[in-house]
Design a protein around this ligand. Sequence first.
Ligand code: GLU
Length: 334
Amino acid sequence: MAAQESPLNLPRPIGRLAPTPTGTLHLGNARSFLLAWLSIRQQGGTLILRIEDIDTPRVKAGAVQSAIDDLRWLGLDWDYGPDMHAGQIGGIPVTQSLRMQRYREVLLKLVRDGQVYRCSCTRSQIAQAAASAPHESGLSQLEGPIYPGTCRGHLNEVNQLFHFSESDPAALRWAFQPGSTPWNDGLLGHQNADPSLQLGDFVIGRASGMPSYQLAVVVDDHDMGVTEVVRGDDLVLSTYRQLAILKHLGWSIPDYYHVPLVLDADGRRMAKRQGDSLNYFREQNIQPQAIIGYLAYSLRLIDRPRALSPQDLIGKLDWTRLPKEPTKFTGRLN
Ligand code: GLU
């Protein structure tokens, strides 16, 4: 496909690797990042390494460098990242904690547009109210109880005079409009749900001005001209939230590809624990080509596991042929 120019004059498609620096990367992260990388490299586009570090209590010192080291060890590269071009793309920092002012500006606009309301419910109040509320098949149950709309009555109370107050602990919730939201996932296919019923209103920020992940991702994808989002399928539900924000703001919608997770031998989601982490494989002197070969095989990009570099896979990605179900890692790479 011929490369087109983006608003920042970068070759398209524009994709991103977006690690949250809360620990070392695991095989599941590596699998999604490999696909995100491969798709962009195969099409001659631009890849950004973006650091999603606004969830400060969970962010670990040294985790940014360790993600960079792990990704480079695997043989992945990027065109913009914290370690290149002064950590910026077109003047925009690729590290979210340096963009708080911009997120607050958008959050304030959403407040003034009457899209969000103040909510001071505690976790246990939400759990109690959700348990007694009738609800649809709760799509978001994996993420916790569906917010039953207790504070929705405050929707018109935040107004033009609203200002952030550092000491205000209340949440700001996005009010979903009723109705279904169909969208297409380039890997998983057609998706459809009514997020107002099946997900519930979500926290988009705090009255203190702190943005949530949902908001920061949308603002960054827009400002950086991202056209292609490849990430783990644990974020499928978040896509409904991000689509709602994007549509309200009239911003363009990237192509989404959600990659099925890698499960451990017991069928649990991988976590950043020993045995699953890339760090662990490195310490065992396992070669990165063995990991790439295993991941490529698990994605059916090759027909048997063998040592490979990411470059060897260029031209082999066909989204229609990837497995739609999770992979179980039994501890063996071949
Ligand atoms: N930072 C998120 C994560 O590590 C990924 C967000 C995204 O790709 O939109 O799970």
